[in-house]
Design a protein around this ligand. Structure first.
Ligand code: ATP
Length: 610
């Protein structure tokens, strides 16, 4: 178990919250334990070996005691051989046995835990990525990430270490107390009267110190956030000449870290003194009392040695229980959070890799029929207030409107990320609910504003549109998307790594990759979320050309920011505050002198012409 260190400088590990252990939580744990079922043979064998190795461990103090007695020519134990060397040999044999058993128990436990944890991780991840968008709206990526990493690691830790340790310490403690009593009832009672108090106090004190150390770590993590933020936004820091401000902010938090760490150090000092004096003092007392008994010939020296060792075992076992229990509580909390995800209702998605087969074909007719929608996370704000329009197969329909009017929301609804509270979205005249989500998404493609590329090659990124695409298909799509030329200008061509750790592509290049991706997908309905940031005119031309190619022969819904690009659209929908306030083609709309479209057009025209 890694103990938190004060001001360690290491990345602060978030302390997982503990949960109460009650009937409900035990049931929860049992649900997770189902994941062990496939490996139960090894698990049970591991448990038996663990039990055996703990029991064997209990024999050593006895053997040591017997050795010391044998050195003085005394053989009080009839079950042990009456020769010093033979006793030593028995000790070695036991050791060998224990080493053998320990090896298998460790290997088996780790195998079971790793395999079942991988199963849980896999299921949790599958579940996560099939959950509806709304689930993600309410949670931060970091939090979800930590469920897969920290929470599951805690469960893993518990399965591999804590669980085994609890059993081992229990066996050792109960066994030691029994064997102590056999050696000397008096000494045992004396020990049991003092030890629990001392151990309890030490644990309580230890916890307080750990709380301080956690505070220090939290502050340290905060200070790291400052470093991270400022380095990421270094251009902003410099542009606003805020170096001094940031330095002061960092310094302030560092001082706090030091203060807490220093306070913690004092308590650590007291703790160390306490351990030295009281806990070790108890053992000195026990040895003293034991020696008195030896001098009165009440017990043998070997018995005293055995006794001392067992008392150390008992003390150590007592000391580990609170930690083990806390770990168990954390694991319970972690399993609750993981089970929460596993219990969520996922979208009905066909999870078949490489299979984008469409059962129900959509020709491309799209209609919104009086669609009313509010995001579930903000139900008081109606974002779309009765939207109705239709787009015939092959038409270009543009949606324009001020920021926040609901354009992207309409795109999300077409993709079935969310569902309207009332009204319906129709594909080829049939309600979206008549189609499977997979069928709809397989036939709708989106070229988003900000194209996200995955870490991998350009080729793989294009193939994301259709995983089964051949090399030729990919190149063909890239050519049609005006991307082939820039791709082949890289030394590694289509095998160039992009994404976070790869080559950085320009905005226009990324868009053309996204267009190639969409071309490969060959959807009936295309959603274009036009980038707000403008490209330079050459790049703009290449992207525009590629888009024209992409829009050919399919229904296109264009969320337009630059009105110049949608003059040719069959229909332009002007959205304001979630309502359609104008609808028509460019000429019709521009002729409405009081209209928002004409006004927005004028604004952009003025902006362009300075
Ligand atoms: N996931 C979400 N959860 C809650 N509210 C949201 C969510 N996404 C958008 N909204 C809200 O819905 C309204 C419409 O947003 P939407 O993104 O559709 O507007 P937009 O017209 O696309 O704007 P822009 O042109 O700036 O992209 C806004 O008030 C926004 O705050």
């Amino acid at each position: 178990m890694a103990r938190g260190r004060l001001n360690s400088g290491a990345k602060a590990e978030a302390e997982l919250p503990k949960a109460k252990i009650n009937r409900q939580s035990i049931q929860n744990i049992r649900k997770l334990l189902n994941y062990i079922k496939p490996y139960r043979g090894k698990f049970i064998a591991g448990l038996i070996f663990l039990f055996v190795s703990s029991l064997v461990g209990l024999a050593f103090p006895k053997i040591l005691g017997a050795l010391i007695d044998a050195a003085q020519g005394k053989y009080p134990n009839s079950y042990l051989p009456h020769s010093l060397n033979a006793i030593a040999l028995a000790g070695f044999l036991l050791l060998f046995g224990q080493a053998f058993v320990s090896f298998f128990r460790v290997v088996w436990f780790v195998q079971v835990a790793e395999k079942s944890l991988a199963d849980i991780r896999r299921d949790t991840y599958f579940k996560l990525i099939t959950l509806p968008m709304n689930f993600f709206a309410n949670r931060r990526v970091g939090e979800l990430n930590s469920r897969i990493s920290a929470d599951l690691s805690q469960i893993q830790d518990t399965l591999t270490t804590t669980f085994a340790e609890i059993i081992r310490q229990l066996v050792i403690m109960v066994g030691s107390v029994i064997l102590l009593a056999v050696v000397s009832i008096k000494l045992t009672l004396a020990l049991l009267a003092i030890l629990p108090f001392l151990v309890g106090f030490a644990v309580f004190f230890g916890r307080y110190i750990r709380k301080l150390s956690r505070q220090a770590q939290d502050r340290l993590a905060e200070s790291n956030t400052i470093v991270e933020e400022t380095l990421q936004g270094i251009a902003n820091v410099k542009a606003f000449v805020n170096e001094a401000y940031e330095a002061t902010r960092y310094d302030k938090i560092l001082r706090m870290v030091v203060n807490i760490a220093v306070k913690g150090a004092k308590f650590r000092g007291i703790f160390a003194s306490f351990i030295v004096f009281c806990l070790f003092g108890t053992f000195v007392g026990v040895i003293w009392y034991g020696s008195v008994l030896v001098s009165h010939h009440e017990i043998l020296v070997g018995d005293l040695t055995t006794f001392i060792m067992y008392s150390i075992f008992v003390g150590a076992a007592m000391g580990t229980f609170p930690d083990l229990y806390a770990n168990l509580q954390k694991a319970v909390g972690a399993s609750e959070r993981v089970l929460e995800i596993l219990a969520e209702q996922g979208e009905d998605i066909h999870m078949v890799e490489n299979n984008n087969q469409v059962d129900q074909k959509i020709k491309g007719n799209l209609a919104f029929d009086n669609v009313v929608f509010a995001y579930p996370s903000r139900s008081e704000l109606t974002v779309l207030k009765g939207i109705s329009f239709d787009a015939a197969a092959g038409q270009k329909v543009a949606i324009v409107g001020p920021s926040g009017s609901g354009k992207s929301t309409m795109a999300s609804l077409i993709l079935q990320f969310y569902h309207p509270q009332s009204g319906a979205i129709l594909f080829d005249g049939r309600a979206a609910s008549a189609f499977s989500i997979t069928d709809i998404r397989n036939q709708v493609a989106i070229v988003p504003q900000d194209v996200m590329l995955f870490g991998g090659t350009i080729s793989e990124n294009i193939a994301y549109g259709r995983l089964s695409a051949s090399k030729e298909d990919i190149i063909q799509a890239a050519k049609r998307a005006n991307a082939h030329q820039f791709i082949t200008s890289f030394p590694e061509g289509y095998e160039t790594i992009v994404g976070e750790r790869g080559v950085k592509l320009s905005g226009g290049q990324r868009q053309r990759i996204a267009i190639a991706r969409a071309l490969l997908k060959n959807p009936s309905i295309l959603i274009l979320d036009e980038a707000t940031s403008s490209l330079d005119s050459e790049s703009e031309r290449l992207v525009q050309e590629a888009l024209e190619e992409l829009m050919k022969d399919r229904t296109s819904i264009i969320i337009a920011h630059r009105l110049s690009t949608i003059r040719e659209a069959d229909k332009i929908i002007v959205l304001e505050k979630g309502e359609i306030i104008e609808c028509g083609n460019h000429l019709e709309l521009i002729s409405n002198e009081q209209g928002l479209y004409r006004y927005l057009n004028q604004l952009q025209f003025d902006a362009q012409n300075g």
